[in-house]
Design a protein around this ligand. Structure first.
Ligand SMILES: Cc1ncc(COP(=O)(O)O)c(C=O)c1O
Length: 370
């Protein structure tokens, strides 16, 4: 948090306009839409709320199937169950770690033949890296299937100059505490269909009809962002591009030094993408490196350095063990071999160096001489 956030928060506080909503919410929505190049945006209480609302508004429910990647955080997929629909999980491809468009194409082709097309595809841009959006959106258009983009981890990520989250029918972002910018908790739903965003605002405000009576014309939710948190978000948004640069610099520093070590590797960025490297992820081949990701994590932890495993694929989770899984080898391997290194936007070179010394300590005899 910085001076701008503090100033805007105090302004909201001093205005005594705490709730419901308020001018900072309106301004935050406009500023986010402008940054993303989206027609409209609704500020919500969380990214999870935004996914849930997207499903509700697009009429996804009981009896519908939704294709989603297995390799994601549970909040992407849980809302499929909230609305009573059925998730079908799809493996990642190795170039972006997002949903594999080839597997999706095979499934959709089969579905079209059998008359069982899904209602929607939920694509997730994982760790700030854009999925293969062009292929996936063409497939969705070909088969008339709704596309929803979970860009919770990818604010600031662009593909061919266009922000992720703005290609599908609905896109969503998270301002949770661990994200590249944060309101402590919050989310955003964006769409080029302004009527969908207006509907999201309505449903997120208990579907209350304007007027003196407590009249509600639909099943609503309490999903709006508070005016105080929107003020914080406005201050944070001013710094998004600096944060992207800082996260990318973390990644390049780690990659430059650690990819010299046998058994360590990093995800390349496709030419036309500008990812955020929200988290710097390192892949460890335990056989050639000489240690597992978990052993490295424990060693870092012993020095008060936090690192994390990659997302455990959904098809490996107890709650989704009965879900249909298409493929699975790629995301299982990512889970087995990946480690998220410290990735904060305020890390200094000396911090990263301390991290890398610990990692290198496992492999020192094997560091290549070149
Ligand atoms: C991929 C993904 N989707 C959805 C969410 C949910 O966002 P929130 O925590 O704001 O509900 C998160 C993270 O928190 C996430 O990483």
């Amino acid at each position: 948090m910085g001076a701008a956030e503090r100033e805007l928060l105090l302004e909201a506080f001093d205005s005594n306009w705490i709730a419901p909503l308020g001018e900072h919410v309106d301004a935050f929505e406009v500023e986010c839409s402008q940054y993303l190049g989206a027609k409209d945006a609704a500020a919500l209480s969380s990214g999870t709320a935004a996914i849930h609302l997207a499903f509700v508004m697009l009429g996804i429910g009981q009896g519908d199937r939704v294709y989603a990647p297995s390799f994601t955080f549970t909040a992407s997929v849980n809302p499929i169950l909230y609305v009573g629909a059925t998730p079908v999980l799809i493996d990642s491809e190795a170039e972006t770690w997002g949903m594999d468009p080839e597997l999706l194409a095979e499934e959709l082709e089969k579905d079209a033949r059998e008359g069982t097309l899904p209602k929607a595809v939920l694509v997730v841009h994982i760790y700030g890296q854009a999925s293969k959006l062009e292929e996936i959106s063409l497939l969705c258009a070909k088969y008339g299937v709704i596309l929803i983009e979970d860009a919770a981890e990818a604010l600031g990520t662009t593909q061919r100059g266009k922000h992720v989250g703005t290609t599908g029918h609905i896109g969503l972002f998270s301002f949770n505490g661990n994200k590249i910018i944060t309101t402590s908790g919050g989310g955003l739903l964006v769409s080029d269909d302004a009527s969908l965003v207006a509907k999201a605002r309505h449903l997120a405000s208990q579907a209350r009809v304007p007027g003196p009576r407590y009249e509600h014309d639909a099943l609503g939710y309490n999903y709006r962002l508070s005016n105080l948190l929107a003020a914080v978000g406005r201050g944070q948004l001013l710094k998004i591009e600096d944060r992207v640069a800082a996260r990318r610099a973390n990644f390049e520093d780690y990659r430059g030094r650690l990819s010299q070590v046998q058994g360590l590797s990093f995800l390349d960025e496709p030419e036309e993408d500008r990812g955020t490297r929200w988290l710097s992820v390192m892949l460890i081949d335990p056989d050639s490196f000489g240690a597992t990701p978990n052993q490295v994590q424990v060693e870092l932890e012993a020095r008060d350095i936090e690192s994390r495993p990659l997302w455990m694929p959904m098809h490996m989770q107890p709650i989704y063990r009965n879900a249909r899984m298409v493929g699975g080898r790629v995301c299982e391997e990512l889970f087995r071999t990946g480690l998220c290194l410290p990735s904060g936007s305020s890390l200094k070179e000396t911090d990263r160096s301390r991290v890398m010394e610990v990692v290198e300590s496992f492999a020192s005899p094997k560091i290549r001489s070149n």
